[in-house]
Design a protein around this ligand. Structure first.
Ligand code: SF4
Length: 335
């Protein structure tokens, strides 16, 4: 269970200068490690990594990489997903306390109890879940393919959808499905991207595009509001990371409001420096993501910690639900 972020003191005291970056790269080579950084990581972590992207894209890179060790700069469930897909590799996370409030919204035991009350239901889980929850899941989904995953299930079959209530509400509205039950989970960053604020920012800048990145739970409330018509649909672009960067290079808009975790701004500004990218809410920063500090990364590479373990039986069951996700629709997740 994730500790409350207020109780956590990240590893500190290391300056992210050129000598640090050189040492990180040297240690990574020595360990035969590939460095992966999620888009919501600190800019200096993104810069030193071999690859940046969203969780699914990074897990795929991890699985196909020749490196024997994966250093996953992101939150714990993401590193677990990499381990599920690459069971023979060593997976390290620079700080195992980097949890996720959305993934912690439901435990495997709570899901088992829910399933017991709906014995014929199919369980669909958003990818922001622990390995234990994935092992209790029939099909995982991303925001990009959640509607396709739900639509692939026979109409008369009950569905239990967890853990994100905003994504669940969005899918229920789009599919019109009454037999879809939604778990009341959410991410703490959600609170920072609320309806009135989104509407106010969009009204103040009527020519701006609105980019919503759906892969992290923090964007799903914006997804819901866009679907509700709070913001004109033609201005709303719901994009995976790779598509967001492509759209940044091709849009005619001079300014873009970005409704997601603020770390994404780093890659966007690099892709299109002439565009004014602004966060819908600049407080929408995930403290768990930001626990992967320069000091934590150095400690990780020097000491080979923290290693991520998923027991083989759980991993096998979880892998099946992740593989079904990858087979249906477009799971999204391009770098
Ligand atoms: S932003 Fe929210 S959903 Fe994403 S990792 Fe942080 S707590 Fe989890």
């Amino acid at each position: 269970m994730t500790a409350h972020a207020d109780e956590l003191t990240p590893y500190g005291g290391v300056q992210a200068d050129a000598a640090w970056a050189e040492e990180v790269r040297r240690l990574a080579r020595q360990r035969d490690a590939v460095l992966l950084a999620h888009n919501y990581q600190l800019p200096e972590i993104q810069e030193v990594a071999d690859h940046t992207g969203d969780s699914l894209a990074l897990s795929r890179i991890a699985a196909t990489s020749d490196a024997s060790t994966i250093v996953f700069c992101g939150v714990h469930f993401m590193a677990e997903t990499a381990k599920i897909l690459s069971p023979d590799k060593t997976v390290l996370i620079p700080d195992a306390r980097a949890g996720c409030s959305l993934a912690d919204s439901i435990t495997a035991e709570q899901l088992r109890e829910w399933k017991a009350r709906h014995p014929n239901a199919v369980v669909v889980s958003y990818v922001n879940t622990t390995a234990d929850v994935k092992a209790e899941t029939d099909v995982c989904c991303t925001s990009s393919n959640a509607v396709d995953v739900v639509s692939s299930i026979p109409a008369d079959t009950e569905i239990l959808f967890c853990p994100d209530q905003f994504l669940g509400a969005h899918v229920k509205r789009v599919t019109g499905r009454e037999n879809l039950h939604v778990w009341a989970g959410e991410c703490h960053v959600h609170a920072g991207i609320n309806g009135p604020e989104l509407a106010e920012r969009a009204a103040a800048d009527p020519d701006a595009d609105l980019f919503i990145h759906p892969e992290c739970g923090c964007a799903t409330s914006a997804l819901y509001l866009a679907g509700e018509g709070t913001v004109a649909p033609e201005r709303v672009k719901i994009l995976s990371t790779g598509d967001m960067l492509t759209a940044a290079r091709s849009t005619k808009a001079k300014s873009v409001l970005v409704a997601t975790e603020v770390g994404m701004l780093h890659q966007l500004r690099k892709a299109a420096p002439e565009i004014d990218f602004r966060a819908v809410n600049d407080r929408a920063s995930c403290r768990y993501m930001k626990m992967i500090t320069p000091a934590a990364l150095l400690r990780c590479l020097r000491e080979g910690v923290d290693e991520v373990h998923v027991d083989p039986e759980t991993a096998a069951r979880a892998r099946a639900s992740v593989q079904r996700m990858v087979e249906i629709g477009t799971p999204g997740g391009g770098e």
